[in-house]
Design a protein. Structure first.
Length: 382
């Protein structure tokens, strides 16, 4: 089919669902710690100092790999297959990326090396705007070439007329990262505020680094979360690249990066938000929309993990739902409070299993990339 996706809710016809094959470990290094800063600091405060060593005490040339238990990976793969089956049962065509080969261990550039990960959270590194694929500049080094695993799918859409762009790839030396967010917002605890990045002959200063999951697509308008100079540079590029076709609205520090567990548009005029305070940072036109604020998730909604399991997302990760159409939403079956709240607002909820969302940094919206929806270039904000 022809690539066509302008918003978050129009009837879904084609979607990519991520892969977990050969997800072996999380690699603790500068880009990883910066990306997951809020959750590592706030949600793992009970961890002991030896497990999250201070950056000044660790060997910066030897990133620390945190193994992931094979049971969790196997169960994640089962749940991804369940998500794909649920969507297929709703008459949605499901595409899957290439699996990460067993032999792919490390990605290397002239400036650094990092372990690779599979194309699981496929929303993050690709922004679909209408009939265009935009590969965004990654914020975690291990994900630098992740979109290569989506190339066969992108190639097919390109053959059918899609535009295909790649934002400039950052060198990603330590000096590339704007550290102001972690300096200004650190809650203390086991992760030390980062002061002195290691110098590199490849330093060029702050660079574009930005994930598509920082965007909320509303037809002609795109809401983009900006928390660092890296994000701001990427928004400059997006504004110039999309000028005359789309309008970019910047919101500032709504979160550290992604906003799809803070706010999602379920249909025109209705937002799902973490709390009413989210509205204060949104464009004025969106503040007039109806809002759904679900109850705070209960701790027994989540599996219990061992002390050596790294928790990467907050307890609000299940707000990361996927709209199949303006009335139908995929929701984690482990969230009865959220299900009831959406049903009270007249949505048809499709419960689907997703157990280890806090270990792998994503929910249904993260794990999917909607490539074909029926909607068009509508104006929902004017």
């Amino acid at each position: 089919m022809h690539l066509n996706s302008y918003d978050e809710w129009s009837p879904l016809r084609e979607v990519i669902v991520g892969s977990a094959r050969n997800y072996i470990s999380h690699e603790r290094e500068l880009s990883f710690d910066l990306f997951f800063h809020d959750n590592i600091v706030n949600d793992n405060a009970f961890r002991t100092e030896w497990y999250y060593p201070r950056l000044s005490q660790r060997d910066a040339t030897a990133p620390r790999a945190t193994p992931i238990k094979q049971q969790y990976v196997d169960e994640l793969a089962e749940d991804l297959d369940g998500i794909a089956a649920a969507l297929a049962g709703l008459s949605v065509t499901v595409l899957r990326p290439m699996d990460l080969p067993d032999s792919t261990g490390t990605v290397r550039t002239p400036a650094w090396a990092a372990s690779t990960v599979p194309a699981l959270n496929v929303r993050d590194n690709t922004l679909i705007v209408g009939d265009e694929i935009i590969e965004t500049p990654p914020m975690i080094r291990s994900r630098y070439f992740e979109t290569q695993l989506l190339k066969p799918i992108f190639q097919e859409y390109f053959r059918h007329g899609a535009r295909w762009s790649v934002m400039p790839r950052p060198l990603m030396t330590d000096a590339s990262f704007d550290l102001s967010y972690v300096r200004d917002t650190s809650a203390g605890g086991p992760t030390e505020v980062i002061h002195d990045p290691r110098p590199s002959p490849y330093d060029v200063g702050h660079e574009m680094m930005f994930d598509a999951a920082q965007c909320l697509r509303l037809g002609r308008d795109i809401i983009a979360n900006v928390s660092t100079a890296n994000h701001a540079l990427a928004c400059d590029w997006l504004e110039r690249h999309l000028e005359g076709r789309f309008r970019i609205h910047r919101v500032h520090r709504l979160s550290d990066s992604h906003i799809d567990s803070m706010v999602l548009a379920l249909r025109p005029g209705t937002l799902l938000v973490r709390s009413p305070a989210v509205l204060d940072k949104l464009p004025e036109a969106l503040r007039r929309w109806d809002i759904i604020v679900p109850p705070v998730p209960r701790s027994n909604n989540f599996p219990r993990y061992d002390d050596d399991d790294l928790v990467l997302t907050s307890k609000f990760i299940d707000l990361n739902v996927l709209s199949v159409d303006p009335d139908t939403v995929l929701v984690n079956e482990a969230c009865p409070e959220l299900i009831r709240e959406l049903e009270d607002h007249k949505f048809t909820v499709v419960p689907v299993r997703h157990r280890h969302r806090r270990l792998f940094g994503g929910g249904f919206h993260c794990f999917t990339l909607d490539t074909v929806r029926e909607g068009g270039l509508e104006d929902y904000l004017s």
